[in-house]
Design a protein around this ligand. Structure first.
Ligand SMILES: [Zn+2]
Length: 261
């Protein structure tokens, strides 16, 4: 556990700590993964969920999307011990930002559930940057309004396809679809947080796709201590100071305990 102690010391001394998370942090909550055996793309044709198809054939897109939503978010998922440890470190002022590839909204839920015992007077909240959007929300492509997805997915399930906003615009799941660019402002923000960080923790991500692959490298080249918590090796391991191949739901609470002891 020497590595974790070193990481905890660096976190305590750091001005800016940034966590980056991928699907591996939500797997213990039961959220299905997209890739790999038994992944969502084993059951669905990912070619049906492109931005191009959404523009061309919003009705067909929504027909398939209703099914996808049923499989993906059938159960109610709860944040797990890893989400909660990060949320608690954020509440207690140790974490500047959480950047996530996940669209399940569990970091936001964890932040709500840990409450703000001490944070009531603390000015800064931990920034949660959802790089790929949030699949619990939809967004009107005309007026840009974002609303809670549940009632909209229900309307779509009841036959309103595509569902539309009061303004007449079509609703789109508020996620980055295949063939759609990640919002430039979000990427900029993520890159500058990585650059500013004194400690950069990459958690539950294979760090293969962009921008996941370049953020830890950017942090490392800016002098940050980089820690990687992931069960499998990643292409960025060579840039990391600390690598932990254990379950995120064990490691994150352990780090938190060491930081806050
Ligand atoms: Zn609208």
């Amino acid at each position: 556990m020497d590595d974790l102690e070193r990481l905890a010391d660096d976190i305590r001394d750091a001005e800016t700590v940034v966590a980056f998370t991928g699907a591996g942090i939500s797997e213990p909550s039961g959220v299905p993964t997209f890739r790999g055996d038994d992944g969502v793309w084993d059951k669905f044709d990912e070619g049906q969920f492109t931005y191009g198809r959404f523009r061309r054939d919003p009705e067909g897109f929504w027909n398939d999307r209703v099914e996808l939503q049923r499989v993906m978010f059938d159960g109610e998922y709860e944040p797990n011990a890893a989400h909660e440890a990060l949320a608690a470190m954020g509440r207690d002022g140790y974490l500047e930002a959480i950047l996530t590839q996940n669209t399940d909204g569990l970091h936001g839920e964890a932040a709500e559930s840990v409450g703000d015992e001490s944070a009531a007077e603390e000015a800064d909240e931990t920034t949660i940057l959802e790089l790929h959007g949030n699949s619990q929300r939809v967004r009107c492509i005309d007026c840009g309004k974002r609303v809670d997805g549940d009632p909209i997915f229900e309307r779509a399930a009841d036959g309103e396809r595509p569902p539309t906003c009061d303004c007449g615009g079509v609703y789109k799941p508020d996620v980055v679809l295949f063939g759609e660019q990640l919002p430039g402002a979000v990427i900029q923000r993520a890159r500058s947080l990585a650059r500013e960080s004194d400690v950069f923790l990459a958690i539950g991500s294979s760090l293969v796709v962009e921008p996941a692959a370049s953020l830890p490298r950017l942090a490392a080249s800016s002098g940050a201590t980089v820690g990687i918590v992931n069960l499998e090796s990643t292409p960025v391991d060579g840039s990391a100071d600390v690598i932990v191949r254990e379950d995120v739901t064990d490691v994150l609470p352990a780090i938190r305990d060491l930081v806050e002891k």
